[in-house]
Design a protein around this ligand. Structure first.
Ligand code: NDP
Ligand code: 8X3
Length: 251
C-alpha cells in the first residue's frame, strides 16, 4: 500500500535527498520548508514520480505548523512516516561570546520546532495505531565539541525527545527512531557561518564527507524494515571521522 511521508527541511540537504529517494520508491510526499520557490521546484520535479503536496511554514511558528498540518487535504492527511529533519547550527562561538539570537534560533528550530511538528502529526498516528517517526539528531547529540555548546545542547535534546517519544508511543504501536549523522556536506555550514561560503567549504576539505544521499539511503532502509523491526538509534560518520573532533585528512 502507498505510504505518505512528511519531511521537514525538504528544501535542502538531507531532507531534499530523502524526498528524492522516497519519490523514486513511490512514497507520496508532504514536503515542508520555508523557501516556497524551492518547494515548488522540487514538487514539480518529484510530482512526475509520486503524489506531492508542499507546505511552507517556519517550524518556530506553532500556529502555522498546527494549521498547515492540521488542514492537509484528505489524500495527504494520514501521515505514515514523519521525518523530523528541519534544523541547523547558527554560529560556532565559545559560550561567553555566543549570540543570543543564534541560541534562540537553534533551540526554537531544532527542539521546539521538532516538537510542534510532532504534536501536529502524532494524534492521527495514535488514532490509527500506526506510524513511524524518524528524528534527525547528530553526533553533536552524542558528544559535545568545543564551541558547539548550544547546537550540541539542541541535538542532545533531540536525543532525549527521541527516547521519550519511543517510550510514550510504545503503547500505540508507533515506531520511533533517530538517525544521527556526523559530517555531511549540505548547506549546513553555509547557514552556520551565515553565508561565509569559503569558511563553510573548508569544513569538508581534505577528507571525503558524507553526502546527503548517504543519509537518505539510510533513512529509506530504516523505514522499510518489517513492522516488528524498529531501528531505535543509529550513528553514521564518514570513514575519515572518528569523533566530532577527530577527522583523518590523510586518507
Ligand atoms: P541544510 O541547511 O542543507 O538544510 C536544512 C533544512 O532545514 C532546510 O531545508 C531548511 O529549509 C530547513 N529549516 C531550517 N530552519 C527552518 C525553519 N525555521 N523552519 C522550517 N524549516 C527550516 O542542512 P542539513 O540538510 O545538513 O540539515 C538537516 C538536519 O540534519 C538538521 O537537523 C541538522 O542539524 C542535521 N544534521 C546535519 C549534519 C551535517 O553535517 N550537515 C550532521 C548531523 C545532523 P528552509 O530554509 O527552506 O526553511
Ligand atoms: C552536524 C554535525 O559536527 O557539524 O550536526 O555538528 S557537526
Amino acid at each position: 500500500m502507498e505510504k505518505i511521508a512528511l519531511i521537514t527541511g525538504a528544501t535542502s540537504g538531507i531532507g531534499r535527498a530523502t524526498a528524492v529517494h522516497f519519490a523514486a520508491q513511490g512514497i507520496a510526499l508532504v514536503l515542508c520548508g520555508r523557501r516556497q520557490e524551492r518547494l515548488n521546484a522540487l514538487g514539480q520535479q518529484l510530482g512526475k514520480q509520486t503524489r506531492v503536496h508542499t507546505l511552507a511554514f517556519d517550524v518556530r511558528d506553532r500556529e502555522a505548523v498546527l494549521t498547515a498540518i492540521g488542514t492537509l487535504p484528505e489524500p495527504f492527511a494520514q501521515i505514515d512516516i514523519l521525518v523530523n529533519n528541519a534544523g541547523n547550527a547558527h554560529g560556532l562561538d565559545p559560550i561567553d561570546q555566543g549570540s543570543l539570537d543564534d541560541w534562540d534560533a537553534m533551540l526554537d528550530i531544532n527542539v521546539k520546532g521538532l516538537l510542534y511538528v510532532s504534536k501536529a502529526v502524532i494524534p492521527q498516528m495514535i488514532e490509527r495505531k500506526s506510524g513511524h517517526i524518524i528524528n534527525i539528531g547528530s553526533t553533536a547529540g552524542k558528544e559535545v565539541y568545543p564551541k558547539g555548546n548550544v547546537y550540541c545542547a539542541s541535538k542532545h535534546a533531540v536525543d532525549a525527545i527521541n527516547q521519550g517519544m519511543r517510550l510514550d508511543l510504545n503503547a500505540h504501536g508507533i515506531r520511533v527512531g533517530a538517525v544521527n549523522p556526523g559530517l555531511v556536506e549540505t548547506e549546513f555550514s553555509n547557514v552556520r557561518f551565515k553565508g561565509d561560503d569559503q569558511r563553510a567549504d573548508s569544513v569538508y576539505k581534505g577528507f571525503d564527507p558524507l553526502r546527503p544521499e548517504d543519509i537518505a539511503d539510510i533513512i529509506y532502509f530504516v523505514v522499510t524494515r518489517p513492522y516488528h523491526v524498529n531501528i531505535a538509534d543509529l550513528v553514521v560518520m564518514p570513514t575519515a571521522q572518528a569523533s566530532s573532533t577527530m577527522v583523518n585528512k590523510t586518507l
